[in-house]
Design a protein around this ligand. Structure first.
Ligand SMILES: NC(=O)c1ccc[n+]([C@@H]2O[C@H](COP(=O)([O-])OP(=O)(O)OC[C@H]3O[C@@H](n4cnc5c(N)ncnc54)[C@H](OP(=O)(O)O)[C@@H]3O)[C@@H](O)[C@H]2O)c1
Length: 251
């Protein structure tokens, strides 16, 4: 006798699904019954996530390239027939003091974290509208409480929070729910890509940990659980919300 899972029949797209929070979320959505497509730039990582999972597929795409985004959305719908759940998770985090900021630092983060997220959502929208879909955006607690030396990254996440609130109101008549997940510090490869020295990273990690009431970094699976809940009908009356999953950091 087969048991009905809460996301059976749904097709989900997870950007940045090759590692960290995106990977854990893709695996959780799949475990909860969805057919999941993971997207990102590194094919090796995506392949590894899809391997051994009957209901995880992958498409290589850079969200900051609109032509690749168009091909991604087309690919999802051509291969799997529909799109119900979009988790805009792809993101980069770079840290620099104000004196050292330049155009490249700004453009990389805004093009991926904000413009890319807008492009993916805009091009996915006609498909999400067909059955009343779900949009989830991955912001961060720094969107509301910015970090020193992380001003541009924090600004991208403040933008993501604002986009989600606006879209929740705009898309409610189309029966599309839009919610934001704002993780606190989560153990993922992102910290190794910030451009900081190992010593600065270790100092920062110790400082962050001390500011978390639960006294530890979170695990990607702890974000994935909230993503899956918000994607499901259990959250049918939730839209325009921001869920801080941060061990109490923002309390
Ligand atoms: N870890 C934390 O403490 C934390 C806290 C708050 C918020 N977040 C947010 O959570 C999200 C996931 O981060 P993570 O911590 O899981 O880090 P991660 O392991 O580095 O994951 C980021 C993912 O985004 C993908 N990505 C980056 N640029 C991309 C692009 N242009 N096009 C497509 N995919 C792209 C990366 O794959 P490729 O490089 O292969 O493309 C990677 O799979 C990010 O939006 C991050 O800002 C993380």
């Amino acid at each position: 006798m087969s048991t009905e899972l809460k996301l059976n029949g749904k097709v989900a797209l997870v950007t940045g699904g090759g590692s960290g929070i995106g990977r854990a979320s893709a695996e959780r959505l799949a475990a909860d019954g969805a057919l999941v497509v993971v997207a990102g730039r590194s094919e090796d990582q995506l392949k590894e996530v899809a391997a051994g999972h009957g209901n995880i597929d992958y498409i290589v795409a850079d969200v900051s390239d609109r032509a690749q985004v168009a091909a991604l959305i087309d690919g999802v719908v051509k291969k799997h027939g529909r799109l119900d759940i979009l988790f805009n998770n792809a993101g980069v985090a770079k840290f620099l003091p104000l004196e050292q900021l330049d155009g490249a630092h700004y453009e990389e983060q805004f093009n991926i974290n904000v413009r890319g997220l807008i492009d993916v959502t805009q091009l996915a929208l006609p498909h999400l509208k067909k059955n009343g879909g779900v949009i989830l955006n991955n912001a961060s607690v720094v969107g509301d409480d910015p970090m020193p030396n992380g001003s541009v990254y924090s600004a991208t996440k403040a933008a993501v929070i604002a986009l989600g609130r606006s879209w929740a109101k705009e898309l409610a008549p189309a029966k599309i729910r839009v919610n934001t997940v704002s993780p606190g510090p989560i153990e993922t490869p992102i910290f190794g890509k910030t451009g900081m020295s190992e010593k600065d990273l270790n100092d920062m990690a110790a400082g962050i940990q001390a500011s978390v009431p639960l006294g530890r970094f979170g695990k990607p699976e702890e974000i994935a659980a909230v993503v899956s809940f918000l994607a499901s009908d259990d959250a049918a009356y939730i839209t325009g919300a921001q869920y801080k999953v941060d061990g109490g950091m923002a309390a």
